[in-house]
Write a protein that binds this ligand. Sequence first.
Ligand code: SF4
Length: 414
Amino acid sequence: MTQIEDAKSGKITREMACVALDERIAPEILRKRIASGEIVIVTRRKCKPLGIGKGLRTKVNVNLGTSSVVVDPDAEIRKAMIAVEHGADTISDLSMGSDIDEIRRAISYAVSVPLTTVPIYQTTAEKGSFHKIDQDDLIRIIQKQVQEGVSSVVIHAGFTLDTLTSLKKASRTMGMVSKGGSFTAAWMIAHKKENPFLERYDEILEMLRRRDVVLSLGNAMRSGCVHDLSDKPQLSEIQRNAELARRANDVGVQTIIEGMGGHVPVKEIVAYVKYHKKIAGNRPLFVSGPLPTDIAVGYDHIAACVGASIASGAGADYLCAITPSEHLALPNIDHIREGTIAFRIAAHIGDSMKYGLSDRDLNLARMRRHRDWEGQFKFALEGEKARQIHSSGDTCTMCGDFCALKIMEQYLGH
Ligand code: SF4
């Protein structure tokens, strides 16, 4: 039985009890939301179950993995460890270079968080080109990754040849920017065949159901710049993904929907999240960024932190971290660290919008008020970094002897 099947039958599983305790939510409420598809539990062997969805803390995913041109498996393992050390809730291994099976296994041993893959990446890398793939290759790789125990897999099933025709006619500046989406679309056009994930959808669902692997429906039609507003292909993918999620839930497969990744004008973010959640029956929404501007190149993690804060505050449940190297290069270890921290901040801000201000903020402010530096470091998201920046002493070097807090303590007594 999968978590959603158990939830539908009224059973509260060990995993549900664990997530309920972690999230301070009543187990029965959690069970009902899993049954309705509003919450998923992702897990894998030797890994604590993680809940994603309505009423739960916003989660952060970090993408990593070798590319076809930068191949350093040890670095990818270190990146995974750094990401988790700095608060990543899940890791996605997107490797396309070297021994992909070996890298995935090494990452899964190195960290104890859920692991996601995009099977078309490995299929394409192994075949050397998406042209050489056939449907059975895709099924074989999904099967292998599922049997190995990954927590979730991404497939780009939300578009058809008709969607690609409307994409061709759409007046987009950036066209399609999803890597997995582009492999799938190019294959469909080259082979004059329908979306392979759609054609084999029932079979894929059965594979995932057997191992309770969470399905993540990819976001191929996302906008690639802020001037590419919601258009026909994008809206059609949202509708189709919502239908596919319902079908998956009906046969016992837990499902996350990716949406609104990429670039979205800041004034559209809230409406977009709410629209997506409504169409998708409030199923868990995974957003990459979004970036509210295109010009922050080199600092995209900061721009995306703004977009992700607003998106999570509006109801997005799961954020995919953006690093400073977005659009420029495969992220190095420092970039992974910076991106992870930026998105922990975004998730925290989003949660304070969704659920109210946290005690942690208040506790830090109290420590700051009394110039209790160790207390501040304790409640800070990255206390060690704060400690390194602070110079020793009762005040800090910003105002020195003219510290406003110290002066008011003397004159107002608080
Ligand atoms: S010295 Fe200035 S910046 Fe530093 S703690 Fe005092 S008031 Fe704040």
